[in-house]
Design a protein around this ligand. Structure first.
Ligand SMILES: [Zn+2]
Length: 189
C-alpha cells in the first residue's frame, strides 16, 4: 500500500540576474605575486565593492600566514586551490580591456580562475544552472510533493521498476486529483 507522506514546500528560485563575471572584476587592483602585504591589510574591502568581505579578501589577508604556519603540511592540490581563489579576477591571471565604441569608456576585465572550489566562479555556475532550470518551469505557483512507499517494498520495486513506477504514478495522480478537488483538504482551488 502506498504511503502519502508529505506535501512539503513551495519552491522558490532566486531570480538573481546572471552576473557578468568579468564585470565584477572591475575595481580589483591586487597585483603580482605579492598577495599578502601590509597595504592589503589596510583595505579590507571586497573587490566587488559589496558590503561583506569575500573569501578572496580573507585569503589575501591571511593565506600567507597560514601557508607559513603549515609549511610542508599542505598538499599541492590545496595550495593550487588557494592560489586560484586568491588570483581569481586579478591581474595575475591576465585580462582584457573593453571599450565602448560610442563614448570611448574603457573597462579592464580580469580573467576568472574557473576553479570549481572558487566561490566567485562557482556562484556564476550556480546562477547559470538556476536560470537554465527556470526555463523548464511553468509561470505558476510551484509545489514540491513527495510520495514514498514502505522500505520493505524496495527490493520488489528494484526488480520490477516499470510496473512499480506505473502503479506509483497512477496512485499519485489519483491521490492528487482527489485531494485537490476535495474542499476538506484545500483552502482554495
Ligand atoms: Zn574563481
Amino acid at each position: 500500500m502506498l504511503l502519502l507522506m508529505v506535501i512539503v514546500m513551495r519552491e522558490t528560485i532566486n531570480s538573481n540576474k546572471e552576473a557578468d563575471d568579468n564585470k565584477t572584476a572591475i575595481g580589483n587592483k591586487v597585483t603580482g605575486s605579492n598577495k599578502t602585504t601590509v597595504s592589503n591589510k589596510a583595505e579590507f574591502t571586497s573587490p566587488t565593492n559589496s558590503k561583506s568581505p569575500e573569501i578572496q579578501d580573507i585569503f589575501k589577508l591571511y593565506s600567507e600566514q597560514y601557508r607559513q604556519k603549515n609549511y610542508g603540511k599542505l598538499p599541492p592540490h590545496v595550495l593550487r586551490v588557494m592560489d586560484a581563489i586568491e588570483d581569481c579576477r586579478t591581474s595575475v591571471l591576465g585580462g582584457h580591456v573593453r571599450a565602448c565604441g560610442d563614448c570611448g569608456t574603457k573597462e579592464i576585465a580580469y580573467n576568472s580562475c574557473r576553479n570549481r572550489h572558487c566561490p566567485k566562479c562557482q556562484t556564476l555556475t550556480k546562477e547559470r544552472w538556476i536560470n537554465k532550470q527556470k526555463e523548464n518551469l511553468l509561470d505558476v505557483g510551484y509545489f514540491h510533493v513527495v510520495f514514498t512507499i514502505p522500505d520493505t517494498l524496495n527490493p520488489v520495486a528494484y526488480q520490477n521498476q516499470k510496473i512499480v513506477y506505473n502503479i506509483l504514478f497512477k496512485a499519485v495522480a489519483e491521490t492528487l486529483t482527489e485531494l485537490t478537488t476535495d474542499p476538506k483538504h484545500l483552502v482554495r482551488r
